[in-house]
Design a protein around this ligand. Sequence first.
Ligand SMILES: NC(=O)c1ccc[n+]([C@@H]2O[C@H](COP(=O)([O-])OP(=O)(O)OC[C@H]3O[C@@H](n4cnc5c(N)ncnc54)[C@H](O)[C@@H]3O)[C@@H](O)[C@H]2O)c1
Ligand SMILES: O=C(O)C[C@H](O)C(=O)O
Ligand SMILES: [Mn+2]
Length: 540
Amino acid sequence: MTNTGFNVLNNPFINKGTAFTADERKQFQIEGLLPPFVQTLDQQVEQTYAQYQMRDTDLAKRLFLMDIFNENRVLFYKLFSEHVNEFMPIVYDPTIADTIENYSRLFIDPQNAAYLSIDDPDNMEKTLKNAADGRDIKLIVVTDGEGILGIGDWGLQGVDISVGKLMVYTAAAGIDPKSVLPVVLDVGTNNQKLLDDDLYLGNRHERVRGDKYYAFVDKFVEIAEDTFPNMYLHFEDFGRDNAANILNKYKDKILTFNDDIQGTGIITLAGILGALNISKQKLTDQVYMSFGAGTAGAGITKRIFDAMVEEGLSEDEARKHFYLVDKQGLLFKDTEGLTPEQKPFARDRSEFSNADELTTLKAAMNAVHPSILVGTSTQPGTFTKEIIQDMAAHTDRPIIFPLSNPTKLAEATAEDLINWTDGKALVATGVPAAPVELNGVTYHIGQANNALVYPGLGLGALAVNAKLLSDGMINRAAHSLGGIVDPTEPGAAVLPPVSKLDVFSMTVANGVAEQAIEENLSDSKDGDKAVQQLKWTPEY
Ligand SMILES: NC(=O)c1ccc[n+]([C@@H]2O[C@H](COP(=O)([O-])OP(=O)(O)OC[C@H]3O[C@@H](n4cnc5c(N)ncnc54)[C@H](O)[C@@H]3O)[C@@H](O)[C@H]2O)c1
Ligand SMILES: O=C(O)C[C@H](O)C(=O)O
Ligand SMILES: [Mn+2]
């Protein structure tokens, strides 16, 4: 195509549609290619929002918004910024799970993603450059699609989680959409449904594992770092066997982040601190049980453990506060198949007279009586009325976070947890939950989803060009979410509301930037100023 005009109209990073002025229409050779009336951005927002409201299912709404995204990023983000609370569950979790499961069938537009195939590693550099198309890439979200939310292996179709996470970065923290790149590492899939599907768009073979897999990931990291210096590399939804390995390999070398391990750790710690602020209890008095001790479960446990150590406990003392339950039941030192992340928290059988019977959540809860129960098991409905009422009988204000996503996989609903405990439970969920009315009190439910923190964390780290993402920066992010909710209000939520996502993302970003400077991980002098300078706003 030689026509400059159509290239402009088809480039979502520069297209303004009907908002192109008469001068711009002349300059870009698009005179007469649009209706003559020149609209303002606000008029476009009003018009598209009215069209959005005409869609009657969440999936149809999402597909409509994706059309706007594909055509005009400024318009998409302006619209998103005006309806953050309403759009988050549509653009992101839980609706995004439907689009991932049906990605190939719904495919219309590649959304400027980079598709990297393990069968074609020599093309990696070219692909990344083609996808960047001269843009200065500062932020990559990469997935290999093996552990998408709790829905498992979706192969190449997982690319939508990279696209979706990046949308939240921009809507929440003002990361310039021109500076981001969604990436999928297509290493095959073990999802038989996809392998058998003629319309599946990914590599139709089993997942490549072992040395060849790690060599591919290493090559990606190396080329991405060389091609885009000073970039923040966000890993998302890798499988349990690889996620922590990759993070451990790179976290002390480059500016990188694993959302499921670190992001989820931060938001869950923030939620627990919020809950303790309401119950006026101390973190170091809590007994913690993780149901599902995989990537997220073990990552959260480590973060809460570190927080207890920071509050003065020795590592040995702190460790005594944690119990992990996975498929095998309560995890003991001699349990078969422990992951390296589970091992430090596995218990001695001699601590229990009935250790061999502790093979279910119910038995483990009965034996331990924890004050905090966090679910990252992908097993829906497993926080039963019996288990929860027994927990509530042994602790004043049980902290209960069913975090498995999407909605259909949650260990319990907020409504049940509040009702079963007569409002005693301090609850947060992974996906948005409506307030619960009980005995004249409205209980607001916090959303413990990493989306509440990763955008601010990324903005803060990028703004000051941090060399690494340190534990100190991560900890600072977790402590930045306090002070927004009034804990004395009856029914107060344990986390700030998503409607204020843009506001508290800035608090997180400022804290993280300042911490990087304090730790000499940045040459910047003024964190707040750097954050303000990097922040992008959707306007023409
Ligand atoms: N709210 C959030 O921000 C957030 C963040 C990350 C993950 N998650 C959710 O947490 C869940 C787990 O994600 P992940 O990345 O840790 O996956 P993962 O596969 O690494 O971990 C899941 C763990 O659950 C265990 N499990 C499976 N069946 C079980 C059973 N019957 N009883 C006990 N344990 C069982 C698995 O063995 C595994 O260790 C997902 O649903 C995901 O959506 C939520
Ligand atoms: O994507 C989400 O909603 C949160 C989290 O990263 C997950 O894997 O569930
Ligand atoms: Mn995830």
